[in-house]
Every structure is written in structure tokens, then in C-alpha cells.
Design a protein around this ligand. Sequence first.
Ligand code: C2O
Ligand code: CU
Length: 491
Amino acid sequence: MSHLTRRHLLLGGLGVAAVGSLSACGASSGPGAAPLPTPVRPSGTAAVVKTLTAKQSTVDLGGPRVRTWTYDDSLPGPLLRAKAGDFVQVTLKNQLPDDTTVHWHGIALNNAADGVPDMTQKPVKPGETYQYSFLVPDPGTYFFHPHVGLQLDRGLHAPLVVDDPNEPGGYDHEWIVVLDDWLDGTGTTPDATLAKLISDNATDSGNSGMGGMGGMNMGGMGGVGTPPFGDGGDIRYPHFLINGRVPTAPETFAAKAGQRVRIRFINAGSDTIFSVALGGHQMTVTHTDGYPVKPQAVGALYLAMGERYDVTVTLADGVFPLVAVPFGKNGTPARALIRTGSGAAPAAGVVPVELNGPILMGADLEPADQSLLPSRSADETIRVVLNGQMSPYAWGLNGASYPKNDPIMVSHGNRVRIRATNMTMMTHPLHLHGHTFAITESGLRKDTVILRPMETRTLEFQADNPGRWAVHCHNAYHAEAGMMGEMRYRT
Ligand code: C2O
Ligand code: CU
């Protein structure tokens, strides 16, 4: 089933009064009527030139072998690395049996390269090639993934690191740690899982559909109401991965005791918030979503889908598990190992004591001075309201499922304040394309921020990147089921 077909199925599904004028033939009158932006072509030679092939592959997760979709046959996909200010040119070859695009998550790039089908480009059809050309203005840890259907919940994601030529560095190693929740090729697919969620919850509005269907999360250890996030997502995953490996066959990072390491954490999962800790160590958080923060020592931290955190660690002597526990879900936590000395590795499933202590919520970090937006009062305020529920399985933004909701209009040059409200009983990581907003209260810069059940946050950004930008929940299932909107610059 194509993503469009599924959307059409869902149009009648947001069974709440807030849905305005839904009709089966309304798709042509939606935001798609606005013109797509014109792609930028590099005038000189690009600093980074890459070809990326999206294709079906068989991947070894470290025991389980799965048939899935990847970039260049690797999981995670190949690292894309550039320097701040570089012109990047990536040629995407689509060898998938479905349309696709690439979205460069967190990068404040030109709108035409943003990879949102029917908003910034036409989808790239099977067998087609498409060129992405963009400047990477800001250093940091990012990633890229398709913006079509549930392709993120297959193996289609890869890290993107933008180096800061002026940063002192001061560490001996740099490791990238990609967290993922995995079900593709284990007897189901993301598309089949969503179809089942929808059909199992089609008629019943009396309970939350907790009837024991495969692929659905039954609440596990953290049922509805478990702090701090409510429940643990919608989907039950057989595997949790770090860098594409199951915890019984972990990636092992080697270093020497006393060395300083920078770890770039990326949550590329689709429906799972993780808490991470390195056994026997404190970690110092230095950046989130690319931007520097006031260094903060923690034993453990949460990462929602789409969030990134950089930490530094000074390593002790021995073998240590780097563990990512899926919030509110059963299953063996994801892990990697760090080895600086001899000794046996702890067994899979061992959870470091650091995860029993306080766990940092990223939004509580303080911004570094150089990350602050210039102080200025808001010129306009926009509303982003997240709606929906499990049963019937339907999610929306500002009262309707995308693309039935109205574009949110902003003016170029304005300081825009966002009042974002989660009107649901689930936690949603809210992500805005093309901009890194500040949390008004603290000034902390983020492009993906957690909204807990019934929580309101005030965010703001400088409207300095004209175009049509997606704003959505980074739960892939929620976004696909309609929890997305378009923020459009007035012309
Ligand atoms: Cu990683 Cu539209 O998002
Ligand atoms: Cu969500």
C-alpha cells in the first residue's frame, strides 16, 4: 500500500469533532496546490559529493538476518560528513519498490533540498535518480532518512556530522551511536504493522485496543500513566539495536583507559524513547540537536525519536556496557561495549546502575551562550496542537490529519513564537524542519522537543529560511497517521 493510499484510509479516521470539512475528494485542494520550490544547483564544485543508493538488502543484525531496505546495503547507512559552510551534493538512486525522498534532519538548508514529498519536491519514483544540493550552515550531529510512509522504520537512516572548523576538539576518539527499534523483516513490516493498528482499532472507541494483537505494544513494563512519558509507544519491537546490532552481538569500541571520548547519540527509532547510560561512568552532555549547551554531567539521559546528544566521557579501565533501555517496553535493551582493558563483557540485559538514578530530560539543559538567539520580542505567534488517540488509531495536528489541516503561515523576517500543545495522552517529540528553535523559557536550541501528555511549551525561532516546512511528531507511525502540518512563509 502506498503512503497516499494509507492517508486516504485515515481521512475518515480522526473521529473527533475537531476535524473540519473532511471529504474523500479534498486532497487536491490542500497544501499541495502551492508550487514546489526550485532546486538550487551548485555553481562551483561541491565540497562533498556522494551517491546514495536506496535499495532492498539482507542485513545481519548480529544473528538475526532480515530482509529490509537500506542505503548502500549498510545499517545504519553510510556516514555523511562535511564542514560547516560546505556545499553538499548527494545523488540519490532509488532502487526501492516504492517512491522515496531524503530528508536531512535538523539542517537549516534551502527548502528545495528538504526532501518532503509534495511539499518541497515530487517523490522520487522507483528507478529514478534525484540530486540534493545544499549548504550545511551549522556544525553538529544530524541524520538523514526518507520522508515517505514508514520507510524510517526500515533500515533507511544514516548519521550526518557537520564539523566545526573552529572547535578545539580535545578528545581522543569520536564514536557515533545510533539507537533503533527494529521489526522489519521479522515476520512483519512497518506498513503491515500500521495497517493492523488501524484495523484492530477501527471500530472500538471504548478501550485502547489492548487486546493482544501482534505488533502492538501492550504497555509492557510501563503502561499508561508511567512517569515521565505516559505509555511506551504503540509498537512492540522484537529487537533494539545500537549501530545495527542486537545486544548479544554488540559493536565493541576500543580505547585506552584515561582517554577522552566524544559520543554522538542519535535516536533513529520510530516509536521508542530510550534512556542511555555508560556503566561505571558519568557523561558530560555538550550539545543537543547540533547546538552547544552548558556542559552538564549526568549518569543517564533520555533520547526521543529524532533527538541527538553529544557527550564526552573520560574512560576508566575495563569493559563497560553502553546501554539504551526502551522506555515502557519489554525486550532486551540495546547496547554496545567499550573496552579499555581486559576482562569479560557483562551479559546482554545487564542494566547499569546509572539507569536507576536520575535521568536527564534534554529540555532541562541550559544553552551555551553562543547558542542563544538574539534577544527579541515575538512579532507573531502560531499554534501547534497535537491531537488524536489510539482507538480509532488516528493522529492529527491543528485539528485534522495532514494534509487536511491548513498550512500555518509565518512571515519572513519575523521572530515567531510557537505555542505547542499536546492534547493527547501520549508523549510526542515535536520536530520542525529548516530551523532550530529556542525553548522560550531557557533559550535552549532544539529542532526536536518532547511534549508530554497534555503539556504546552512555548518555542521561538527567527523566520529566516523561506519556504514550505514540515512540522510533525517524530513518531513515524503518528506522522504517517497524520500528526504533521506545513509551516509556510507568506509570499
Ligand atoms: Cu527526521 Cu520530518 O523528520
Ligand atoms: Cu506522536
